[in-house]
Design a protein around this ligand. Structure first.
Ligand code: C2E
Ligand code: MG
Ligand code: MG
Ligand code: MG
Length: 287
């Protein structure tokens, strides 16, 4: 019967292995399906950009961040956190990223034609930044759309600065030279190395929303927020608080010296800025 027990456990193990294989197969198929659909999404024009306002301490509009949305024919809206990683691992992010840049620059052009000099921030992926022709691509889009380069802001993250820092530095410098500005997104969540801030043309720090979320009650988060604001001030950088949802967060952050604010309190990302219908005071964030 000891043999029998062993037989059963082996059998059981085999069943389990079979089950896991089935699961992995299914996950792989789902991934391949989504990747295939993602490929089609660009040609089928299923992507759009949403825009979220950034405001200054007196709630004047200071610019927008462009955030991609995928309107999947069956699944409806797929959030970027679900498909951007797949776009990155499959390499599709290169074409998608170029589309995002073009679309955002056309929107900048549209604003300017309406008499509003508004900057738009665009999120850039690691995969895009490491492309040899990244600088050329951005420059070409700026040229084709005829916008002023200083109205385009590129958001990168600290984690993108790990490999080949010198090549990255050269790219940021080349674009910075023509007026493009750079922000460090989700600041404080990566390896916040001060040498990045010293050696790279970074103009803006975006305090990650995880700190903003809790700083009213968490002492540590408050200390981190204060430190980032103080550091930005010392280094002459602009600072943006992300994920501001409550009036009290806004007021205290402003008191702490934060310059710009972004979050549901001021507006969720929306298909097209209702700029022309609302009467909004414009400020130049790049002053
Ligand atoms: P992110 O660049 O840090 O963008 C901020 C995210 O926080 C956005 O989520 C925005 O909708 C959300 N958010 C803004 N205010 C609030 C708030 O008050 N409360 C809360 N809970 N959330 C708020 P979203 O649009 O889902 O984008 C998620 C991430 O996907 C972005 O984080 C960015 O890393 C990435 N992403 C979005 N669009 C693009 C794109 O065009 N290209 C690339 N490479 N990545 C993108
Ligand atoms: Mg961002
Ligand atoms: Mg962020
Ligand atoms: Mg993020």
């Amino acid at each position: 019967s000891a043999d029998l027990a062993m037989y059963h456990s082996k059998e059981h193990g085999r069943d389990q292995l079979y089950f896991f294989e089935q699961q992995m197969q299914q996950q792989l198929r789902q991934r391949q399906k989504l990747e295939h659909e993602l490929k089609l999404a660009l040609t089928e024009q299923q992507f759009s950009l949403y825009y979220q306002p950034k405001v200054n301490s007196v709630r004047q509009l200071a610019g927008y961040e462009a955030l991609i949305r995928w309107h999947h024919p069956e699944q409806g809206m797929v959030p970027p956190d679900l498909f951007i990683p797949l776009a990155e691992s499959s390499g599709l992010i290169i074409d998608i990223g170029t589309w995002v840049l073009k679309t955002a620059c056309l929107q900048i052009k549209y604003f300017v034609d309406q008499g509003a000099r508004l900057a738009i921030a665009v999120n850039v992926s690691q995969r895009q930044l490491v492309q040899k022709d990244f600088v050329d691509t951005v420059q070409q889009i700026i040229k084709d759309t005829g916008i002023q380069a200083n109205l385009l802001e590129l958001e990168i993250t600290e984690s993108m600065l790990h490999d080949d820092l010198e090549a990255t530095r050269q790219k940021l410098l080349a674009l910075s030279d023509i007026g493009v500005t750079f922000s460090l997104d989700d600041f404080g969540t990566g390896y916040s190395s001060l040498s990045y801030l010293k050696n790279l043309p970074i103009h803006v720090l975006k305090i990650d929303q995880s700190f903003v979320k809790e700083f009213l009650i968490e002492k540590t988060d408050r200390a981190i927020v204060l430190t980032i604001i103080a550091m930005a001030e010392t280094l002459g950088l602009m600072v943006v608080a992300e994920g501001v949802e409550q009036q009290q967060q806004f007021e205290e952050l402003a008191e702490m010296g934060c310059a710009l604010f972004q979050g549901y309190l001021f507006g969720k990302p929306a298909p097209l800025p209702e700029l022309m219908s609302k009467k909004i005071n414009l400020v130049d964030a790049k002053q």
